[in-house]
Design a protein around this ligand. Structure first.
Ligand code: SAM
Length: 267
């Protein structure tokens, strides 16, 4: 299965690399849009449109304000950072385990917008950084306590197993100020949140405290039972404020593909 995934990614990578070369020849290169070969690993869809959609969700559903200090966990190739460039006046910090994504953001974004900083975390992830030295389950985010007003993780918990997810929720809570907001996307399953008949992902592989679409490499797509996630949240200082169902489960959704949770650090 992993082999098939690697092969299909390899094929997409070849096509994307050729398209990048064609863009360069035609001088069609926006310096704040990453080359297509990087998007093969970090997110399908229209880079700019997805970023704009999420900026709107951050503001309308999460209450993001221009003066907030913001943490982007799993900042990828800057898809969420770019739409915030003209919006945020507070600081922006992003970290990720994917070296090529961090290199691109450091080279293309930070020199133009010094308030936007990115750093690499050498954490092992079977998909994005297979030779990483550290484990996400006990990784301490490289920021002081109470440094941020708003932290977001878009399509990151969907690649983390339970011990990693639990640690990340605790770390998010640690680095948030009192009253700060955590905005995160998930695939959620359960009685209140059943996957409909038209579900676009089949989480048939049952793991210990999670489900996945992929037996060999569960991090390809990880789903949680809503009750398990509620239990994880209860062990942190984060309190759920609102949730929005995504269209992945076959339900109508005005808020994108994945489920969204907004939680607040209680006082
Ligand atoms: C589907 S991509 C989403 C990227 C970005 N958040 C976005 O929405 O464009 C998943 C990202 O999570 C990152 N990631 C995976 N495991 C991680 C971890 N333990 N800590 C931080 N980032 C991680 C990957 O490197 C990848 O950039």
């Amino acid at each position: 299965m992993l082999e098939r995934l690697v092969h299909s990614r390899r094929g997409s990578l070849i096509v994307a690399t050729l398209a990048d070369a064609w863009d360069t020849i035609r001088r069609r290169r926006d310096p704040l849009v990453p080359p297509r070969r990087l998007t093969v690993f970090v997110g399908a869809g229209d880079f700019q449109q997805m970023g704009e959609d999420f900026k709107r969700f951050f503001v309308e559903l999460g209450g993001l304000k221009p003066e907030d200090d913001v943490l982007d966990v799993g900042s990828g190739i800057g898809r969420m950072a770019v739409p915030l460039l003209g919006y945020l006046r507070g600081c922006y910090e992003g970290f990720d385990v994917y070296p090529a994504g961090i290199r691109w953001c450091q080279k293309q974004i930070t020199p133009r917008y010094p308030g936007f900083r990115f750093q690499l975390a050498d954490i092992k992830n079977e998909l994005y950084n297979p030779s990483g030295r550290h484990s996400a389950s006990d990784y301490r985010f490289p920021y002081d306590d109470a440094s941020f007003d708003f932290a977001f993780l878009t399509s990151v918990f969907t690649h983390l197993l339970p011990a990693d997810a639990r640690n990340y929720l605790n770390e998010v809570c640690r680095v948030l100020r009192k009253g700060g907001t955590c905005f995160a996307t998930f695939f959620l399953l359960g009685e209140e949140q059943p996957a409909g008949d038209g579900a676009q992902l089949d989480f048939r592989i049952e793991g210990d405290g999670y489900r996945s679409t992929n037996a060999t490499t569960p991090e390809v797509a990880v789903a949680y039972m809503r009750t398990d996630l509620d239990r994880m949240l209860a062990g942190t200082g984060l309190t759920l404020r609102s949730s929005y169902r995504g269209s992945w489960s076959g339900h109508e959704s005005g808020t994108g593909f994945q489920d969204i949770l907004v939680a607040v650090k209680s006082g």
